[in-house]
Design a protein around this ligand. Structure first.
Ligand SMILES: [Ca+2]
Length: 267
């Protein structure tokens, strides 16, 4: 009991302290590299944006949101947070992730089993596409679109047909990792927000193996957490080699630098 109480105290104490947060959550598996972070820059983020998709391209932040009546596709100025262009989805649609493909933006929805394709420049809707199951997150490498659906699988989608090609089984030390949410392809890896956690899983797309976990607890100060929902939203600025993260209803968006693990994670 003493051990249990001590553990509970440690967890709650750490959770309240923003400065110590990267070390808050002990990794579940000792052999898994655990990465912490430092904040490089802080930007405003619309606290009314229930972030479901985030991508940075051509100096602009692209964002999709969820919730019925609050789902939109946006272009946002990074520095000011100002909305440059917005397209609202129909009130009954619960929007999810997005990915830019060529001159278009491909999006998905939570449970409508369909997505939308928009003109990247104007955000004008162009067509719909369909898939089975739920839609959570999207990203892409040079030839494939990747889609999460709340399970431990990531679907590989042919960008030209938007048809599923195959699936990746995401595993950590042999065990499935589900609740994979917003995605970002970064330097040969798929990074995935793990829903309802402050963690990002770094996934090898070739094998599905999780190669490491980034712990992002403590980004928001306690007063900023009021009204904020979970961490969700990773965007990579390839040209500037910058990584941005935010969350649903978060008042801020952060550029972070991921620090290499200094020691093996403890169980
Ligand atoms: Ca993303």
């Amino acid at each position: 009991m003493r051990t249990l109480l001590a553990s509970v105290f440690l967890i709650s104490a750490c959770a309240c302290s923003p400065s110590s947060a990267p070390a808050t959550t002990a990794p579940a598996v000792s052999s898994m590299p655990a990465y912490s972070y430092e904040v490089v820059a802080t930007y405003p983020h619309d606290p009314k944006a229930f972030t479901q998709g985030l991508q940075f391209a051509d100096g602009i932040l692209y964002e999709t949101t969820g919730q019925e009546g609050e789902s939109w596709v946006r272009k946002v100025d990074l520095a000011s947070g100002a909305v440059q262009l917005q397209h609202d989805l129909a009130d009954e649609i619960f929007g999810e992730g997005m990915v830019i493909w060529g001159d278009e933006i491909v999006t998905i929805t939570w449970r409508s089993q369909k997505g939308f394709v928009f003109d990247k420049a104007t955000l004008a809707p162009k067509r719909e596409w369909t898939y089975a199951g739920e839609g959570w997150g999207l990203t892409a490498d040079d030839t494939r679109i990747f889609m999460s659906d709340g399970t431990s699988q990531i679907r590989i989608i042919d960008p030209s047909t938007l048809q599923e090609i195959s699936r990746i089984d995401v595993k950590m030390n042999g065990k499935p990792v589900d609740q994979l949410n917003e995605l970002e392809y970064i330097k040969g890896e798929i990074w995935a927000n793990v829903f309802q956690s402050d963690r990002i899983a770094r996934i090898d797309p070739a094998t599905g193996e999780v190669k490491g976990i980034i712990y992002l607890g403590g980004l928001l100060k306690p007063d900023e957490r009021r009204g904020a929902d979970v961490l969700n939203g990773i965007a990579y600025d390839k040209a500037g080699d910058r990584i941005f993260v935010t969350g649903k209803y978060w008042p801020k968006l952060f550029e972070i630098r991921v620090k290499d693990p200094t020691a093996p994670a403890s169980p």
